[in-house]
Design a protein around this ligand. Structure first.
Ligand code: XMP
Length: 181
């Protein structure tokens, strides 16, 4: 890992909690008649998804929940550009509404791949709910239906997001400030 610190907090735990309340309200309002499957993309989505589904429960939303592990990044901060499936979902999504949940929408390659994959499995309607969005980094023309917060082009950690598998446990989101730049 490059020398860095994570002292700069962008979103506190209470900022996140308050934003998730409104996000869950918006998501619940859009839930349609068909069965709902929430698919989290591992590993970054695990904390966001866990908090989100408990807030959705308050609105009477009772989805099936599954996860898929997609890999697009090496151990550090760079994306490799190629998305591969390490672990697929096991729930049958045919004719269901799927909400894809991930930690961050960056180049868009991961989400684009996941949407295509679920379409191929016969999902009737697919929406994306991303905790963070870095619109300035987009390389694939794709947008999320629901976004927690927008961020600038900085590397962020916490609330599920990692640097070399560290910092996922942070209850807030912090910017990684590199000291060798
Ligand atoms: P894209 O949209 O480029 O996103 O396919 C791929 C994955 O890259 C990770 N990512 C980050 N992870 N801090 C992180 O911890 C970041 O600032 C960041 N930017 C992208 C993330 O896992 C995403 O799913």
């Amino acid at each position: 890992m490059r020398p860095h610190n994570t002292n700069k907090i962008l979103f506190s735990a209470s900022d996140i909690d308050a934003r998730l309340d409104t996000l869950a309200e918006d998501l619940a309002a859009g839930c349609r008649d068909r069965p709902l499957v929430i698919v989290g993309i591992l590993r970054g989505s695990f904390i966001f998804l866990a908090d989100l589904v408990r807030k959705l429960h308050v609105h009477g939303v009772n989805p099936q929940i599954d996860f898929m592990t997609l890999l697009s990044r090496g151990s550090g901060v760079e994306t490799t550009g190629k998305v591969i499936i390490r672990k697929d979902i096991t729930v049958d999504v045919k004719d269901t509404n799927v909400v894809l949940v991930d930690d961050i929408l960056d180049t868009g390659r991961t989400l684009n791949f996941a949407v295509q994959h679920l379409r191929d499995k016969g999902a009737a309607h697919i929406q994306a709910c991303m905790f963070l969005d870095k619109p300035s980094r987009r390389e694939v023309p794709i947008e999320a239906d629901f976004v927690g917060f927008e961020v600038d082009d900085v590397f962020v950690v916490g609330y599920g997001l990692d640097y070399d598998s560290y910092y996922r446990e942070l209850p807030h989101v912090a910017e990684v400030v590199f000291l060798d730049e």
